[in-house]
Ligand binder design. Structure first.
Ligand SMILES: [Zn+2]
Length: 220
């Protein structure tokens, strides 16, 4: 039993397997498949569980790792619904391939980053390093987000790898931590450019509805 969020509807629930089947073992580990249906949306979820001998207690086994095999999921947060489709697609794919190919993930997240800067920060299209400069120069980003964005260039060592900046989407070697950092920054920018403005717009609309009822001029 463990707490989890349904990968389909994101409702949190306690995982209680409705079926559990041994699938394989060797002298190091054993694997079993567990399944359950989400109590909220009722979709089927399947997990592969690896257990190993417990060195402190030979009669017991301990769980070493657990993977959700159906549906395909990532350990990144879900993409906010306000994010436009092409950026969402690149982001989700960058998350999906992250474990198997950090290079492919970083290529996709650099491209997502460039799309966000052009779409939401309205930078003039150039290379990614210049576009980051423009976004920073606009001084519209909170300092922690601005520093994180700036660090994309340093962690990726764009000076030594100009292709990363010129042809985003191209698959080239990544430096340790780069793929993960890019995803962190993309997620921070989702919040700044898409989620927060949408929340603000809803609040403004509610206030304006009240002002209109009271016969007062609306706020812009
Ligand atoms: Zn669900």
């Amino acid at each position: 039993m463990s707490a989890m969020k349904c990968p389909y509807c994101t409702i949190a629930f306690t995982w209680t397997a409705s079926s559990s089947q041994h699938v394989a073992h060797d002298d190091e580990a054993a694997w079993r498949m567990e399944s359950a249906n989400c109590p909220e949306c009722e979709k089927a979820i399947i997990q592969l569980v690896m257990t190993v001998a417990d060195p402190d207690n030979v009669t017991r086994r301990r769980e070493a790792r657990r993977w959700t095999v159906q549906p395909r999921v990532t350990n990144r947060p879900p993409c906010p619904p306000q994010v436009p489709a092409p950026i969402r697609t690149d982001y989700l794919e960058a998350c999906l391939v992250f474990d198997d190919s950090p290079k492919a993930s970083a290529a996709l997240s650099r491209r997502a980053l460039q799309h966000i800067l052009r779409d939401a920060a309205k930078v003039k299209p150039g290379n990614l390093a210049d576009e980051i400069d423009q976004a920073l120069a606009s001084k519209t980003l909170q300092s922690s987000v601005a520093e994180s964005l700036d660090a994309v260039r340093h962690i990726g060592n764009f000076a030594a790898h100009p292709t990363k900046s010129k042809n985003t989407g191209e698959v080239i070697d990544v430096l340790p931590g780069e793929a993960e950092w890019n995803l962190d920054v993309v997620e921070a920018l989702f919040d700044v450019y898409y989620v927060q403005p949408a929340i603000l717009a809803v609040k403004k609309a509610a206030i304006n509805a009240k002002l209109a009822e009271a016969g007062k001029p609306s706020i812009s």
